[in-house]
Design a protein around this ligand. Structure first.
Ligand code: NAD
Length: 352
């Protein structure tokens, strides 16, 4: 990891969706490595991440819609970054049923806009596009999905991520991206957990909110298993991928899975138990039926990332849940030290 952190020192990195859950962790990690960070996101006043744990004063912040291609181009061109990580998206399956057009527009055309920008701005050497495990046609099979498996999506969010993947592939295969100077890849990860996530209809944020609001915890599909993973696991994958693309664009431009190891799946109910155990709180769980169709089983096969990128999961599933619970404990009882606490988790992950 030492080589990775020193690679990013003083490097100019542009992050879209930098004020979101994953974006805040990626920016915090990059800042801790000494990178020069530029960010582009819509202003979202509901985002509690903004300034709570990530030091945005150290970031050159641009605010605009990813669909505003002129504004996006100007922001990137002004920053002249070496690398881009594209995370800006409407990331929730549940929200995609309510706002299907916005979801598809943001996730598909947003990706298209970023690809077009990097084609025009010669200074950029690598682009990592964050999609999702949900880009696969989910047949509820037991084995993990491989990068070569069929893409699909039976809901607007999943379809939008599959579409973004197909567009990326078309640009790559049609040689619309000059791989001599520019490495481009997509990164597919599953549900991630970690501090600072306040999204609707996600189990860990729901657990934390139930404590903060002193309300009962309502859980949809308690027996569903998911490939739980700490947010730093895929973030480390994105960072390794960005570095490899930067150094050998032709060799690494492709799609990669970043999931937990196949032996690690836990039910929603078990995750809730571990979370409250860590906080030393007893809470009753109310079951409710999901209003939306949700897939029951979704696993990723990350052999390609393990072998080709030498990426691996560092924290096990239990530790990931415990570290997440510790972050929320810190938030609930000592908000002031949140930035230091987040950095201590990043340090533990990348340096210990
Ligand atoms: N969190 C997960 O479990 C998970 C799992 C798989 C994939 N992903 C993907 O990772 C990425 C980040 O997800 P997240 O969980 O951090 O989401 P988030 O909602 O916390 O953050 C989304 C970010 O995108 C920005 N954004 C949204 N719409 C925009 C627009 N139209 N123009 C410009 N910026 C816009 C927001 O301001 C925010 O900064 C997304 O692409 C998501 O699909 C997330």
């Amino acid at each position: 990891m030492e080589k990775l952190t020193s690679f990013y020192k003083n490097r100019k990195v542009f992050v879209t969706g930098h004020t979101g859950f994953k974006g805040s962790w990626l920016v915090s990690a990059l800042l801790s490595f000494g990178a020069k960070v530029y960010g582009y996101s819509i202003i979202d006043h509901n985002k509690k991440n903004y300034q709570t744990f990530c030091d945005y004063k150290k970031v050159k912040n641009f605010y605009g819609n990813i669909l505003d291609d002129k504004k996006l181009y100007l922001a990137i061109n002004k920053s002249k970054p070496d690398m881009i990580f594209h995370l800006a998206a409407q990331p929730l399956v549940s929200e995609s049923f309510i706002k299907p057009k916005l979801t598809i527009n943001t996730n598909v055309n947003g990706t298209l806009n970023i690809i077009e920008c990097v084609r025009k701005i010669k200074k950029i050497k690598s682009l990592v596009i964050i999609t999702s495990d949900k880009c696969y046609k989910n047949n509820e099979i037991r084995r993990g999905y491989k990068e070569t498996d069929r893409l699909g999506g039976d809901d607007p969010y999943s379809a939008s991520k599959a579409a973004a993947e197909i567009i990326f592939n078309a640009y790559l295969k049609s040689k619309l991206i000059n791989l001599k100077n520019l490495g481009v890849a997509t990164a597919r990860a599953g549900n991630v957990i970690g501090g600072g996530d306040w999204s609707k209809n996600r189990i860990i944020p729901d657990c934390a909110k139930s404590i903060l609001k002193n309300k009962k915890l309502v859980v949809r599909n308690p027996n569903s298993t998911r490939p739980w993973q700490h947010v730093l696991e895929p973030i480390s994958g994105y960072l390794i991928l960005g570095k490899k693309l930067r150094n050998k664009p032709k060799l690494y431009s492709s799609s990669y899975n970043f999931g937990p190891s196949a032996s690690q799946t836990l039910s929603v109910k078990k995750v809730v138990d571990i979370f409250f155990q860590e906080l030393g709180i007893r809470k009753k769980m109310l079951r409710s039926k999901s209003k939306f169709k949700e897939s029951k089983l979704l696993k990723l096969n990350s052999n390609k990332s393990n072998k080709k990128l030498l990426w691996k999961n560092t924290w096990g599933m239990r530790k990931s849940i415990q570290e997440t619970a510790k972050w929320y404990k810190q938030y609930i009882f000592s908000k002031k030290k949140l930035r230091e606490f987040t950095l201590s988790q990043i340090k533990q992950y990348f340096y210990d």
